[in-house]
Design a protein around this ligand. Structure first.
Ligand code: ZN
Length: 323
């Protein structure tokens, strides 16, 4: 793509972003002129409710470890309108090299994981989806249709894409998905409502705690489990790379291992949950897979660590829900 097309894509994205912000900012009312009731109503739309950490995890385990892989493949570039075969080859790497490498590592250490897969990825890469499902221990959850940004969509379009991705995964898997990670963790004011319409068990896109919690909508418990994420516990900020802006790796896999191991140590002491978000296209490279194996071995070296899919964790904590 020539540089001026890239600029056009960026400007179009910025314009969409600004118009979306404008829509959600009370039609231009300066934020300091909003009433406190109005501000409160906005932040109370989606909030953290009850902490769902159980008394103990299965088998008396002290901590639950949830490894997840967002198998975006080409969808980020497709979503952004990039038509470069060069960029698409990075997405292809995720399917061709990284997913098989990740599955081999998980099998070697008997670790189940959750894969969040945009429907378009599932349709472009059916063999890899089959390989994920073949051992019968991993989960596939929703991750949008084509990695769309929910907060830029009307409620109607967001609903349509969520339904389409739900139905596509149900067909591919032979059973419906039970959880979602919104693409780019982008959660619109309508997203929780739509999650409830689909009757999903859990979401894993928000950041109000380190522990599993129940989502509240307008102050009321919803019966939806949140398994929270965090940038610190995502491979993208450490390993992401974009040629045309400042996104690039600045630290080594060893330093990332140090951060993630320290996060695990405290989760272990607290008796709660350690959840990682990774992406085959970033974590699936050789040096990083060495680091991920070291982390798994480090966690395996502790007594009472329950490795589980997001679905298993959500089902285990669900009896504590109020909604
Ligand atoms: Zn993603």
């Amino acid at each position: 793509m020539p540089p001026n097309s890239i600029l056009a894509v960026h400007l179009a994205g910025a314009a969409l972003f600004l118009s979306a912000c404008g829509d959600s900012m009370n039609q231009g009312t300066p934020p300091w002129e909003r009433s406190l009731d109005d501000v409160r109503a906005e932040v109370e739309l989606v909030r953290a409710g009850k902490d769902l950490t159980p008394e103990s995890w299965p088998g008396g385990a002290r901590v639950a470890v949830a490894l997840s892989f967002d198998f975006d493949a080409e969808t980020n570039a497709l979503r952004d309108g990039q038509d470069s075969p060069g960029e698409h080859s990075r997405g292809e790497y995720a399917a061709r090299v990284a997913v098989p490498r990740i599955l081999a590592l998980l099998e070697k250490h008997a670790v189940p994981a959750s894969f969040f897969v945009p429907a378009v990825t599932a349709l472009l890469h059916p063999a890899e989806v089959e390989a994920i499902l073949a051992p019968g221990v991993h989960e596939i959850g929703m991750h949008g249709w084509i990695h769309e940004r929910n907060s830029l969509l009307s409620e109607e379009t967001e609903r349509e894409l969520m339904r389409r991705s739900y139905e596509t995964l149900a067909e591919v898997m032979g059973k419906p998905p039970v959880g979602i990670r919104t693409p780019s963790w982008d959660f619109s004011p309508s997203t929780l409502k739509l999650i409830r319409e689909l009757g999903l068990l859990y979401d894993s896109s928000l950041m109000a705690d380190d522990r599993p919690y129940e989502l509240k909508e307008n102050g009321q418990p919803t019966g939806v489990v949140e398994l929270p994420v965090e940038w610190l516990l995502d491979d993208y900020p450490y390993f992401g790379f974009s040629r045309f802006d400042a996104i690039r790796p600045h630290i080594t896999p060893g330093e990332v291992l140090e951060i993630w191991a320290a996060e695990f140590d405290v989760a272990y002491l607290e008796g709660t949950m350690f959840l990682l978000t990774m992406h085959p296209k970033y974590i699936g490279h050789r040096s990083r897979m060495v680091m991920l194996e070291e982390l798994i071995q480090y966690m395996r070296g502790h007594e009472g660590v329950w490795f589980a899919t997001h679905e298993e964790i959500a089902r285990y904590v669900a009896p504590g829900l109020e909604g």
